[in-house]
Design a protein around this ligand. Structure first.
Ligand SMILES: C[S@@+](CC[C@H](N)C(=O)[O-])C[C@H]1O[C@@H](n2cnc3c(N)ncnc32)[C@H](O)[C@@H]1O
Length: 254
């Protein structure tokens, strides 16, 4: 092997792939996990739509923050329903693709950046489509991330998200990785991974797949509870704030 040819270029691999898809490319994106496991992505981030996506988007009411908007398929669907939506993504390529496809309001950065930019208490719903509950990343990170999302929401705001339960996962390599996670002090469905596209790679990041029960357990101490569920291995949920004393909101405490 010629070492002088170097390693993948670390950068906006996901955004590059979206830009190329917009020009008609079908070159695959690959998810590479730290143990060497690879998975070729099949989801159509431009136009893919199914009953779960429809369920989730139809529960994102009012002004919506589409977190990790990707190519903006949810933002475009919401705009078509005459809802206000801000597409937020860290990827410059994703933000560019959103704009080129007609998403009117975009924000490049993280949810934490949106707080810094003064967007607190301005959204009725946060949408985490495309299994973006993965952005909770780990049990430790989940609490502060839910707090951040909560601060972007109005009082009765909701988080609508999708994920895939890590249990009943397909093959031996997946099972073996999940099995050793608790021995490393991690949740079963935590994965350290990166996206590869042609010669590009994202940085390594943690992504959390979790069951609805695990989500409810993580969300409860942060003041959230699951109020609606689209069931299945690939599922969707609505999270709403616990009622505070005297608040008189829509949801009862557990
Ligand atoms: C799995 S894709 C989902 C895209 C879109 N929600 C959909 O369903 O088509 C994840 C997206 O989240 C973005 N992303 C990753 N980390 C992020 C972060 N910390 N804050 C905001 N966006 C992030 C990625 O750039 C990517 O566009």
């Amino acid at each position: 092997m010629d070492q002088t040819l170097g390693q993948p270029e670390v950068g906006d691999a996901f955004g590059c792939a979206l830009r190329d898809r917009l020009c008609g490319s079908t070159e695959p994106m690959v998810l590479e996990r730290e143990d060497g496991y690879i998975h070729v992505g099949r989801l159509d981030f431009l136009n893919g739509w199914d009953a779960r996506a429809e369920w989730a988007v139809s529960r994102a009411l009012g002004r919506v923050l589409d977190v990790g908007a990707g190519a903006g398929r949810a933002s475009l669907a919401l705009q078509a329903r005459d809802q206000q939506v801000l597409a937020l993504d860290v990827s410059p390529g994703a933000v560019e693709v959103c704009q080129r496809r007609g998403v009117r309001e975009v924000f490049r950065g993280t949810a934490e950046d949106a707080v810094e930019a003064g967007l607190t208490a301005t959204f009725d719903s946060v949408l985490l489509l495309g299994n973006n509950l993965g952005l909770l990343r780990s049990a430790d990170h989940a609490r502060s991330y839910l707090d951040t999302l909560g601060s972007l929401l109005t009082d009765n705001g909701v988080i609508v998200g999708t994920s895939v339960t890590p249990y009943d996962a397909g093959d031996d390599a997946m099972f073996a990785y999940h099995e050793q996670n608790p021995r490393r002090g991690r949740m079963v469905g935590q994965a350290t991974q990166r996206i590869r596209y042609r010669r590009a790679a994202t940085s390594w990041y943690d992504w959390l797949s979790l069951s609805p029960d695990e989500l409810a357990d993580l969300a409860r101490p942060a003041g959230w509870r699951v109020t609606d569920l689209f069931p299945g291995r690939a599922y969707a949920v609505v999270l709403a704030k616990h009622c505070t004393a005297g608040h008189g909101g829509r949801w009862s405490s557990e």
